[in-house]
Design a protein around this ligand. Structure first.
Ligand SMILES: Cc1cc2nc3c(=O)[nH]c(=O)nc-3n(C[C@H](O)[C@H](O)[C@H](O)COP(=O)(O)OP(=O)(O)OC[C@H]3O[C@@H](n4cnc5c(N)ncnc54)[C@H](O)[C@@H]3O)c2cc1C
Length: 408
C-alpha cells in the first residue's frame, strides 16, 4: 500500500507528489492519461503573484452584461448550462460583497505572497530555473476612464503586498516597443514572472517525480472507497493511507463520492500560440479593457484569455482563439500567425476564486488540492507545500481554514 495516492497529474497533482516524495512518502500517482492535454499544458505561463483579488470584483456585473452581448467577447455562457451552474453563479455574486471580497483577497495574498518561497526550490530541483523569466509584467490601458476606475483595486493590491508602479504612455512604449501606440497608461508589476513553456514544466516535474520513486497508474478514478481505496473505471483499486484529490476541473465528482460538496465549474479559456510571431515582447502583457494577455513563451507568443461557461463536456469553440488572435494582431502590430496553434483548457474555478486545500472534514485521510482557477501554475508549489504539511501531520505554514471544502 502506498503512503499517498495522488489523483491527477496536472501541475498541482505532480507538485503534491513531488513534495510528498521529498518528505519520504511512498507515492502512487493516478491519471487517466499522463501525456494527454490538460489546463497545465496550455496556460499563459504567468507566475501571477499580484492577482490577490477574486475574479468577482464589485462592479463587474454591469460590464459582464455588455460582454455577454458579444458572442466572441471575454465572457460567454452556454444558456443550456446556466440552470446547472446557477448555485455557482449565485455564490460568485456573493464573493463580490465588500466584506467577503476583503476576506478572500487576504486569503489569496497569503498564498501568493509565498509563491517564490515554494516554487523556486521546486523549479531548481526539476531543472527548470533557467526557464523562469523574472521580468515583471505590464498591464496596459487604452483609456483614462478604465485606468482611473481600476485605481482602488490597485491600491488595495498594494496593501495586500503587490509591488507595482504606474507608467505613462511614453513609458509604456519604452517598456514594450512592439505594442501599438494606443495605450495611455500602464501598470508595471515588479514581481510577476513567466515561464518558457508550461508543458515542459509538467514534463520535467513528472520525470522528477518518477525519478523520486513514485509509481504511475494509468486509469480513470471513479470515486474514493474509504478507507484509502480509489476505484478505477476498469474495476481495479489503488490503495493508499492518504489520498490527494488534484484532478483539476474534474475533482467535484471525486469529492462527492465521499459526501463532500463543492461548487466547481470549468471556466474554459482559449489561446493561440504563434511559433513564428516575429515580434520582440519581453514580458507578459495584460490588456486591461480587452481582457486578454500575451506571453512571450519559448515556444512562441501565446495570446489567450476568455471565460466560457459551457460545462466540462461541450466541444471547444475555436472561434474564440481566432477572436483572441485578431485582438493580438490589432494591439501587437506585425505579428506573424503562420502555424498558429489553437487551444482550449479547463480552469478549475470555484466561485470565490480560492482553491480547495486541506483535509476532508468527513474523511480526513482524503486531502484536497484543486480549484485554482486562473492561478494553478502560480500556486502549484505552495499548494504542494501545504498538502505535504497536512500529510506529514505538521502545522501548515499557512492557516488552511479559508481554503477548506467546508465553506461550501
Ligand atoms: C487559457 C488559460 C490560461 C491560464 N493561464 C494561467 C497563468 O498564466 N498562470 C497560472 O498560474 N494559471 C493559469 N491558468 C490556470 C492553470 O492552467 C490551472 O489552474 C492549472 O493548470 C490547474 O492544474 P491542475 O493540475 O489542477 O489541473 P489539470 O491541469 O487540469 O490536471 C488535472 C489532471 O487530472 C486528471 N484527471 C481528472 N480527472 C481524473 C480522474 N477522475 N481520474 C484520473 N485522472 C483524472 C487529468 O487527466 C489531468 O491530468 C490558465 C488556464 C487557462 C485555461
Amino acid at each position: 500500500m502506498a503512503d499517498v495516492v495522488v489523483i491527477g497529474a496536472g501541475i498541482v497533482g505532480l507538485a503534491c507528489a513531488w513534495a510528498a516524495s521529498r518528505d519520504g512518502a511512498r507515492v502512487t500517482i493516478v491519471d487517466r492519461e499522463f501525456e494527454g492535454d490538460r489546463a497545465s499544458h496550455g496556460n499563459a505561463g504567468g507566475i501571477a503573484v499580484t492577482e490577490s483579488t477574486p475574479i468577482a470584483v464589485h462592479g463587474m456585473f454591469t460590464k459582464a452584461a455588455k460582454w455577454l452581448i458579444d458572442p466572441l467577447g471575454p465572457l460567454a455562457l452556454d444558456w443550456k448550462h446556466v440552470p446547472k451552474a446557477l448555485p455557482w453563479f449565485m455564490a460568485f455574486r456573493r464573493a463580490s460583497e465588500p466584506a467577503r471580497f476583503q476576506a478572500i483577497s487576504h486569503a489569496l495574498a497569503l498564498l501568493n505572497n509565498r509563491v517564490y518561497d515554494d516554487i523556486l526550490p521546486m523549479f531548481d530541483d526539476i531543472g527548470a530555473s533557467a526557464m523562469l523569466y523574472r521580468r515583471g509584467a505590464l498591464t496596459v490601458y487604452e483609456t483614462d476612464e478604465a485606468f482611473a476606475a481600476d485605481q482602488p483595486e490597485w491600491s488595495f493590491k498594494r496593501e495586500l503586498g503587490a509591488r507595482w508602479h504606474a507608467l505613462n504612455a511614453q513609458q509604456v512604449r519604452e517598456c514594450e516597443p512592439s505594442l501599438a501606440h494606443v495605450f495611455r497608461h500602464g501598470v508595471f508589476l515588479d514581481d510577476w514572472s513567466h515561464i518558457g513553456d508550461p508543458r515542459r514544466i509538467v514534463t520535467l516535474l513528472r520525470e522528477r517525480v518518477r525519478a523520486l520513486g513514485a509509481r504511475f497508474v494509468t486509469g480513470f478514478a471513479r470515486g474514493i472507497e474509504t478507507p484509502g481505496s480509489v476505484l478505477l473505471e476498469d474495476g481495479a483499486r489503488v490503495k493508499g493511507r492518504r489520498i490527494v484529490i488534484a484532478a483539476g476541473a474534474w475533482s467535484k465528482a471525486l469529492a462527492n463520492s465521499i459526501g463532500d460538496n463543492v461548487l466547481l465549474e470549468s471556466e474554459r479559456g482559449y489561446n493561440a500560440t504563434l511559433p513564428k510571431h516575429g515580434v520582440a515582447l519581453t514580458r507578459e502583457v495584460i490588456f486591461a479593457e480587452r481582457k486578454f494577455v500575451a506571453t512571450p513563451l519559448d515556444v512562441g507568443l501565446r495570446i489567450g484569455g476568455a471565460a466560457e461557461f459551457a460545462g466540462i463536456d461541450a466541444p471547444p469553440n475555436y472561434r474564440r482563439s481566432d477572436a483572441l488572435l485578431a485582438l493580438g494582431k490589432r494591439f501587437i502590430p506585425g505579428i506573424d500567425d503562420t502555424d498558429a496553434a489553437k487551444w482550449m483548457g479547463h480552469r478549475p474555478a470555484t466561485p470565490d476564486s480560492l482553491p480547495v486545500i486541506g483535509a476532508s472534514p468527513r474523511t480526513p485521510s482524503v486531502v484536497y488540492a484543486f480549484g485554482h482557477g486562473h492561478l494553478g501554475l502560480t500556486q502549484s508549489a505552495t499548494t504542494a507545500a501545504l498538502v505535504a504539511d497536512v500529510l506529514a501531520n505538521r502545522a501548515p505554514r499557512v492557516p488552511l481554514t479559508p481554503y477548506s471544502i467546508a465553506r461550501f
